[in-house]
Design a protein around this ligand. Structure first.
Ligand code: ADP
Ligand code: NA
Length: 331
């Protein structure tokens, strides 16, 4: 029987992943690898869109891979590799960019947000075509399901449109049309200082982030100074109480306890109690996580071996797909 294929990636755009990456995506990756053919990627080509320093990018790529492993991505079960090690990604991206409308790419809200902050001269063409490269990542492997956070929904929609376009041009079944796998409860973790924006490792200020590799005292401090509201009631109400609701979401996701149970437990208690307990929950999660990451980083030869083996296995799947598509395009 055909096991469905999973593909997902994360950008090495910071020394540390943030808790939204973990809860929105990584935990799903780990769960899905049990009974799917899963492929997980450090998307370093995507990170190039913001022109990182080369040595910094190289270091962040390893750190990101080490965090995947520490979260439970198992290279015996899943393929774990670095995007630039499989040049088929960039090659397919070119074919797909010639199938994408300029206006269509211009409607991507993430591009509009980022480019409006940076101005047209500060924005690279790579940032504009970023979602096309993402479509290439996905279509290259006949992906059925893409576990991501809510912020990637529109990009996934573009991947689907491109897949359908190839199928109507070159025949049904040319490529698999991927589906998003977005787990509602944790699809969008919010910034602690601005609980109406998503937590992101490319945020302007780190104060709203829970960074997985940060000093635990700093993590505790950031949770304790999270923005809340002027009421007292601990109640899940994302519109009226985005800060408290975000803390409850994180608490629930890390402990497996329902938000309702937490609301009951904290009935009559103060925001300070909730923050103090949540900080402990986060520290209890991060302490062994950080130890595992440091273990992987302390053995670079083994890490490189895992990534080289992953790249071989990924390329064995990607090369025939690309060859088939080159043929369809008349190349
Ligand atoms: P970032 O915005 O932190 O740089 P990436 O673009 O590398 O994150 O995304 C990596 C994965 O993490 C994607 O699946 C994305 O949807 C998910 N993700 C990122 N931020 C969040 C968040 N705040 N809540 C839930 N999922 C998130
Ligand atoms: Na993102």
């Amino acid at each position: 029987p055909h096991r469905s294929r999973i593909f997902s990636g994360m950008q090495p755009t910071s020394d540390s992943l943030q808790l939204g990456n973990y809860l929105g995506a990584l935990t799903q990756w780990v769960a899905l690898q049990e009974d799917h053919d899963a492929i997980y990627c450090v998307v370093d080509l995507h990170a190039l869109t913001v022109n990182p320093d080369p040595a910094v990018l190289r270091e962040r790529t390893r750190r990101t891979a080490a965090q995947f492993l520490a979260a439970g991505v198992d290279p015996a079960r899943s393929i774990l590799f670095v995007q630039s090690h499989v040049p088929e990604h960039a090659e397919l991206a070119w074919l797909l960019s010639c199938q994408t409308g300029f206006g269509e790419a211009g409607r991507m809200t993430q591009f509009k947000d980022k480019s409006s902050k940076q101005g047209t001269e500060g924005t690279t063409v790579g940032l504009f075509t970023y979602p096309v490269l993402m479509a290439a990542d996905i279509l290259l492997y006949g992906t059925d399901l893409v576990p991501v956070g809510e912020d990637q929904r529109q990009h996934l929609e573009l991947s689907r449109d491109l897949a359908q376009r190839l199928n109507s041009r070159f025949g049904k079944g040319t490529v698999v049309v991927p589906e998003p796998h977005i787990v509602k409860a944790t699809a969008k973790i919010y910034d602690l200082q601005d609980p109406t924006s998503k937590m992101s490792k490319s945020a302007e200020s780190p104060n709203g982030l829970i960074e997985l590799l940060d000093d635990l005292k700093v993590v505790t401090k950031r949770i304790k100074s999270a923005v809340t509201d002027t009421e007292r009631e601990i109640r899940f109400d994302p519109l009226a109480k985005p800060g408290i609701s975000n803390l409850l979401t994180i608490y629930s996701a890390l402990t497996g306890r329902s938000v309702e149970a937490l609301e009951q437990e904290y009935a009559g208690k103060g925001y300070g109690d909730l923050k103090k307990d949540l900080a402990e929950v986060v520290v209890d999660f991060l302490t062994p996580f950080q130890e595992r990451v440091h273990g992987y980083l302390a053995d670079p030869a083994s890490l490189d071996e895992v990534l080289a083996d992953g790249a071989d296995r990924a390329q064995a799947l990607a090369a025939p797909t690309l060859e088939r598509l080159y043929d369809r395009f008349g190349l």
